[in-house]
Design a protein around this ligand. Structure first.
Ligand code: FEO
Length: 389
C-alpha cells in the first residue's frame, strides 16, 4: 500500500498486514489486520498520529518518504500497545526534533516498555489543544478502550476523530474508507467482542465523549476509516447497551458422543421454538466467533464431558474466556455427561463469578441421556424460554 490522501492536509501512512493470522498469540485474524497511522500537515507543524507494528515498519517509512516528509514536529501516541507504539523509538531517531505527545499514564507505559527518554515527552491532558498552525489537535481522554491510557485525538477543522483501537476492526483491505459495509460491521463486532467487551461501562461513557465532538470521520488505527460515523457509533451503542437478545450460545465438547447427544437435543428444541441458537464445538471453533456470539446473547449453556472428575480442559478455557470477556449474558446453564461422578459445577461456577448472570440448575447425566434426562432438558428449555419472554 502507498500513502493515501484523506484531504489536502491529512494522509494515511499506515501498513496492511494481509497475512497476519494471530494477535497476542491468542486472537484469530481471519482477515488479517491493518495499523493505521496518519500524517497531518499543518501550516506550521507536522504531526504523525500513532505508528505501526514493528513487523511492518518499512511500510510506514516508505509512505513517509513517498510524501516527502522531512520533518515531524509531533508524534501523537493515542495508545501504548506495541502494534501502534513499537516503532516510536525508531521514528524519534529518524526525526530527532519530534516531541512525543501523549498523556501521563501513557508516558509511564511507553517509558517502561520502550525506554523512551524523559525529555522526548510532551504531556497533554483532557481537552488540551495543540496548534499545527492552521489546524488544531484536541486531546480527548477515552480511557479503557482497551487500556487505561487510551485517548482520542480530534482534528477540529476537519472533524476527524483519531480513535486508535476504539471502533477499530481487524481487517486488511485495499479500501481505506467504508460507508455501511456489513463485512466491516462484522469485523468491527468481532473486534469489539475480543477487545472491548470487558469494558462496556467505560465504552458507554466514551461513546458519549466521541458523539459530543460530532465528528465527520472516525479514523481508527485498525481497519477502514468511517465516513459515516453514525454507522459504527450506533453499533457500539447497541453492543455495549444492557439489552440482550433471546439467543442461546452452546459451547460444547464431547469425547464419546454423550454430551453431543445432549447438545443435539437442545439445539433441536431451541430451533423448533425458533429461539436462535449457536452451538460451537470448542475444539474446532474460532474463539473470535464464540466471542462475537456472546455480544448480544441472553443465555449461554456450557456443555462438557467429565475428565478426571472435573470439566474437560476446553470447557475450562471457554469458561475462563467468558469470565474475562464479561459479556452481558443473563443466564448460564451447564449440561454434560459423566462416567462415575464429578465436580463439574463446583469448578466451573467460580470462573463465571465475574458475570452478573443467574446460574441455572446444572443437568449432569451419567452416560448417555435417557428419557428422564430428556425430560430435564425440556425443563431447561422451558426455563430459558420463560426467562427470555
Ligand atoms: Fe491495536 Fe490495543 O492495540
Amino acid at each position: 500500500m502507498s500513502a493515501i490522501k484523506i484531504n489536502e492536509a491529512v494522509f494515511w501512512v499506515g501498513a496492511m498486514h494481509w497475512d497476519r493470522r494471530l494477535f497476542d498469540e491468542l486472537i484469530p485474524l481471519p482477515d488479517g489486520t491493518s495499523y493505521n497511522s496518519y500524517v497531518i500537515k499543518g501550516s506550521e507543524k507536522t504531526a504523525l498520529i500513532d505508528t505501526v507494528d514493528p513487523d511492518c515498519e518499512h511500510q510506514l517509512f516508505k509512505n513517509l518518504q513517498q510524501l516527502n516528509i522531512k520533518k515531524i514536529d509531533y508524534v501523537i501516541s493515542n495508545h501504548s500497545e506495541q502494534d501502534h507504539s513499537g516503532i516510536i523509538p525508531r521514528v524519534l531517531s529518524e526525526f530527532p526534533q519530534a516531541q512525543l505527545v501523549t498523556n501521563s499514564k501513557a508516558k509511564t507505559i511507553l517509558s517502561e516498555h520502550l525506554e523512551i527518554p524523559e525529555n522526548k515527552f510532551k504531556i497533554v491532558e483532557n481537552q488540551d489543544v495543540l496548534s499545527l498552525g492552521d489546524r488544531k489537535l484536541k486531546f480527548v481522554m477515552t480511557p479503557w478502550v482497551h487500556w487505561p491510557e487510551t485517548m482520542t485525538t480530534y482534528l477540529e477543522e476537519d472533524g476527524i476523530a483519531f480513535s486508535c483501537d476504539f471502533f477499530g476492526s481487524h481487517l486488511a483491505t485495499s479500501q481505506l474508507f467504508t460507508d455501511r459495509d456489513p463485512k466491516v460491521l462484522r469485523d468491527a463486532k468481532r473486534y469489539y467482542a475480543e477487545i472491548m467487551m470487558p469494558f462496556r461501562n467505560q465504552i458507554t461513557r466514551n461513546i458519549a465523549e466521541i458523539k459530543s465532538l460530532n465528528p465527520s470521520i472516525i479514523a481508527p488505527s485498525h481497519g477502514p476509516v468511517y465516513r459515516d460515523p453514525e454507522f459504527i457509533i450506533s453499533a457500539y451503542e447497541q453492543w455495549s447497551s444492557d439489552k440482550v437478545l433471546p439467543q442461546v450460545v452452546i459451547p460444547y465438547v464431547s469425547m464419546h458422543g454423550s454430551t453431543a447427544r445432549i447438545v443435539d437435543y437442545l439445539v433441536d428444541k431451541f430451533m423448533e421454538i425458533q429461539i436462535e441458537v449457536f452451538p460451537f464445538n470448542i475444539t474446532v471453533s474460532d474463539i473470535g466467533e464464540i466471542a462475537m456470539s456472546l455480544v448480544d446473547a441472553s443465555t449461554v449453556i456450557l456443555a462438557s464431558p467429565t475428565v478426571l472428575t472435573v470439566a474437560h480442559p476446553s470447557t475450562f478455557y471457554v469458561a475462563y474466556l467468558l469470565g474475562a470477556l464479561r459479556p452481558k449474558t443473563k443466564y448460564i446453564g451447564l449440561v454434560g455427561s459423566y462416567g462415575w461422578g464429578g465436580r463439574m459445577a463446583e469448578v466451573i461456577k467460580p470462573l463465571l463469578a465475574n458475570l452478573n448472570a443467574e446460574f441455572l440448575n446444572p443437568i449432569l447425566i451419567k452416560g448417555y441421556p435417557r428419557q428422564a434426562d430428556y425430560d430435564n432438558l425440556d425443563k431447561l428449555v422451558e426455563m430459558v424460554v420463560a426467562k427470555n419472554s
